[in-house]
Design a protein around this ligand. Structure first.
Ligand code: PMT
Length: 405
């Protein structure tokens, strides 16, 4: 049973009819539910339906026109353990992002001290529009939790992303949030992610196909479990969506090393998920290199091996986890890295496995450590792989605390 005070804000979109099911599911979980409707939402769902289901009067205006009693947005914001705005239309999202306070639902949003969840719903082109995406990202950066719209058939008859998440998905997000394990609370975690780009000249670089998805998923999982995460990321196309993540963007291996080294001393755990270029050009030209001779030789020198250098100064109270991206002799190579870089364990992913490694949304890993048999996992989403990795780190910490090696 969840047993929380939940405030549900319903704005004027067709998906408002599904809000009745959200109320019902929350009541079943033992929650007290109060509902705030925008004026337009009343066209899509009746206050009577919601009042009957929630067993509370429905709030629309700042005051009750019948008897003049005041609906205090401040009290509502303080009463709620969570404020869920579902559906959240493009119009309301833009007002939330800007801080417009022209109805009770929005003033309550501005007053709420509790976690705020919002479930966008709109037509696919409105959803994709840079203005809407910017508003959604602003709210996420502010710490509000977005329950992403789904793809499917829309009220307009078009197909695409913009359907409000189903009521059971929305309610599961809320329960997951309150039931989340905070087993890494007060732990400092350093993560490297993404590729590095090594400058050849102003228009060219040496890089690789890493998207950052694996490292970011690990950062997200640690942050969900209460850790303070420093994420040192190479050039990637992902936004970070958690207040517990301090993201530092870098470009080259040298810059990644500089930032990782700076934050390593304070870290309890370091995870090296980045695909760092092993070599960089000896000369990095300031001007574009012109095409002249038939052959062109680029002289390279080694970049700092971040994981190895930090492995050398690792304290006994720190845990270092590395990755090994292999194409052959996977286990042998991974074991070599385990020892050479002083890792507590290595996450092996092989480019031979379909759906594993660079850029995929999935990965297939084997965990290799010194004193245990390799643990092989099936192909999973990178989010689920992150859960497995973080669970293994938790086990490692527990075994160290219990005096095992
Ligand atoms: O970013 P994605 O698209 O999601 O892809 C994920 C991934 C394939 C990049 C990731 O799962 C992964 O395998 N990362 C490590 C890739 C790699 O460089 O492996 P490696 O075997 O070359 O390096 C071994 C370890 O040393 C790694 O932990 C690496 O981060 C680290 N290293 C390597 C070289 C270097 N100069 N500095 C390092 O810290």
């Amino acid at each position: 049973m969840l047993k929380k005070n939940i405030l549900l804000g319903i704005t004027g979109g067709i998906a408002a009819y599904k809000a009745a099911i959200i109320v019902r599911l929350l009541i079943k979980l033992g929650c007290n539910v109060k509902v705030v409707l925008s004026e337009k939402a009343k066209h899509f769902i009746t206050p009577l339906t919601l009042a009957t289901l929630s067993k509370n009067p429905i709030l629309v205006d700042f005051f009750d026109p019948e008897n003049g009693s005041w609906n205090s947005h401040v009290d509502l914001g303080l009463w709620a353990d969570a404020y869920i705005i579902a559906p959240a239309t493009a119009n309301s999202l833009s007002k939330m992002a800007l801080g417009v306070a022209d109805n009770l639902l929005l003033t309550t949003y501005l007053s709420a001290r509790c976690p705020v969840f919002f479930a966008p719903t709109m037509d696919l082109d409105m959803y994709k529009h840079p203005a809407t995406q910017k508003n959604i990202n602003t709210l996420i950066e502010r710490g509000n939790i977005c329950i992403e719209a789904q793809s499917g058939e829309l009220a307009s008859g078009l197909e695409g992303k913009g359907r409000m998440a189903e009521p059971d998905t929305i309610v599961r997000k809320i329960t997951d949030f309150f039931e989340a394990k905070l087993d890494f609370l007060n732990k400092n975690v350093l993560i490297t992610a993404g590729p590095t780009y090594e400058h050849i000249d102003p228009v060219r670089f040496i890089g690789n196909y890493s998207s950052g998805k694996m490292g970011f998923a690990i950062a997200q999982e640690f942050a969900n479990r209460g850790a303070n995460v420093t994420l040192v990321s190479g050039p990637v196309n992902i936004s970070t969506i958690n207040n517990n993540i301090n993201r530092i963007d870098v470009t080259s291996a040298n810059e990644m090393y500089e930032q990782a080294e700076k934050h390593f001393h304070n870290a309890n755990i370091a995870v090296f998920a980045a695909a760092v270029a092993d070599y960089m050009p000896v000369i990095q030209a300031d001007e574009k290199i012109k095409k002249s001779s038939e052959n062109f030789t680029l002289q390279l020198k080694k970049t700092p091996d971040i994981a190895k250098l930090l492995g050398e100064i690792k304290r006994n109270d720190q845990i270092n986890v590395g990755f090994a991206l292999e194409t052959n002799d996977e286990v042998v190579n991974a074991k070599e890295k385990l020892i050479k870089k002083n890792f507590d364990f290595v996450v092996l992913n092989s480019l031979k496995d379909e759906g594993a490694g660079f850029n995929h949304d999935t990965n297939k890993i084997t965990i290799i450590s010194n004193n245990a048999k390799p643990i092989m996992y099936p192909l999973k989403s990178k989010q689920q792989v992150a859960v497995d990795i973080v669970n293994n780190i938790f086990k490692k910490i527990t075994s160290i605390q219990n005096g095992q090696k």
